[in-house]
Design a protein around this ligand. Structure first.
Ligand SMILES: [Cu+2]
Length: 142
């Protein structure tokens, strides 16, 4: 491969990489309340979608946890219950708030211990297979 071809391929690969990393979603104040070691944790974030298309989040993953789910909370006979939701729609031009007492990320089976200031890398996966990286910062509950 001559030098010109090498550069062409390198530029092509770089462009591909940028395209894959490109998420239209904007994440505001992603955080996770400090929890005792080994406990299931939660993730909160405000998600904005300034893009032209609705984005439907269907799954989540983190290499720091065995399993991540998107949850909702509902009042059921006076008792707050949470359950997994299969679809979290972030409509074009809209905002979705994951917050204590409402929808949240549930982080099961922590791989280690987390302290104030640590970060948790989460990938949100949409219905088209697109991945959206969000970094939660661990801090004490307000
Ligand atoms: Cu939950």
């Amino acid at each position: 491969m001559n030098r010109f071809h090498f550069l062409t391929v390198a530029v092509f690969l770089l462009g591909l990489n940028l395209a894959m990393a490109d998420s239209p979603l904007q994440f505001d104040d992603p955080w996770s309340p400090l929890a005792p070691p080994g406990r299931t944790m939660a993730g909160f974030v405000t998600i904005n979608n300034p893009g032209d298309a609705d984005i439907v989040l269907v799954d989540a993953t983190s290499r720091q946890f065995g399993r991540v789910e998107i949850h909702t909370m509902t009042m059921d006979d006076g008792v707050m219950r949470m359950r997994r939701i299969e679809e979290l729609v972030v409509a074009s031009g809209k905002m979705v708030v994951l917050q204590p007492g409402g929808r949240h990320l549930m982080l099961f089976e922590p791989e280690g211990q987390f302290e104030d200031g640590d970060t948790i890398d989460v990938e949100l996966i949409d219905s088209e297979g697109g991945r959206h990286e969000v970094v939660l910062r661990v801090r004490p509950r307000d």
